[in-house]
Write a protein that binds this ligand. Structure first.
Ligand SMILES: Nc1nc2c(ncn2[C@@H]2O[C@H](COP(=O)(O)OP(=O)(O)OP(=O)(O)O)[C@@H](O)[C@H]2O)c(=O)[nH]1
Ligand SMILES: [Mg+2]
Length: 223
């Protein structure tokens, strides 16, 4: 739901964003500001994978960015790029932050975005887009995919085709053994080797349990 007046979004509202054959769950939230930052909402942010900070290019984006980051810091939510204060009373919540600068409707706005980047000294990943014209909106799902640090892998039976519509999602760096364990605990202990197709391997290359799965790999298990 959108409207020209503020406080349209009153409670966290989930939605999905497609990226190739997977979907990200996005949660649209009410705004936060120095006047009103709902502690329950900040608690939700502490538990998300990626915090997307939306700022409006046409309404003091640097002020908005600094205000939001300040509130996140008050709740001990820090992006991996931030230097942590030395005297934190409790453990910090390190959360990836993506800053999205919206309302880049015109070509000239590119320059304003550069000024925003320079003057804010922003260290987090930052994407300028226009929800209105759709400019750079497809880039958003690509950036979310790379920030998520996940790989999509597929399994097949010998002599059969893999089902490429329903990948297993693993965190980047996961091994063949971890994929096997995801399918069945017992499977991981019985696993002898696998054949792999896709990025970084010869077609049907034999690999061991410690092989690090790559995005798009197709796997045939041998037990
Ligand atoms: N020019 C322009 N206007 C936009 C763009 N995206 C959103 N808007 C307008 O900005 C206004 C606010 O949009 P919302 O989606 O309600 O913004 P919000 O931040 O969710 O606002 P609240 O839910 O009220 O906190 C609406 O009038 C939108 O039409 C854009 O890319 N360019
Ligand atoms: Mg809203």
């Amino acid at each position: 739901e959108t409207a020209a007046f503020p406080y349209t979004t009153q409670k966290p509202t989930p939605g999905m964003m497609a990226y190739e054959n997977i979907q990200f769950q996005l949660i649209d939230t009410p705004p936060i500001s120095r006047q009103y930052a709902d502690p329950a909402l900040l608690d939700l942010l502490r538990r998300t994978d990626i915090v997307m900070v939306m700022v409006d290019l046409l309404a003091d984006p640097i002020g908005q960015y600094e205000e939001i980051m300040g509130i996140l810091h008050d709740y001990r939510i820090y992006s991996p790029q931030c230097r942590l204060p030395e005297n934190l009373p409790k453990r910090p919540f390190i959360r990836k932050v993506l800053v999205v600068v919206n309302k880049m409707d015109r070509m000239e706005d590119q320059e304003s975005l550069e000024i925003f980047r320079e003057l804010s000294g922003i260290e987090q990943p930052c994407l300028g887009l226009s929800a209105k014209t759709g400019m750079k909106v497809p880039r958003l799902s690509e950036i979310l995919f790379s920030l998520a640090e996940i790989v999509r892998v597929y399994t097949k039976r010998p002599g059969k085709e893999a089902d490429l519509t329903t990948p297993f999602i693993l965190s980047a760096g996961s091994t063949l053994e971890e994929l096997a364990a995801r399918i069945h605990n017992e499977f991981a202990s019985k696993l002898k080797y696998a054949r792999i197709w896709g990025r970084g391997v010869r077609d049907g290359q034999m690999v061991q349990k410690n092989y690090v799965m790559q995005d798009g790999n197709i796997t045939e298990f041998f037990i």
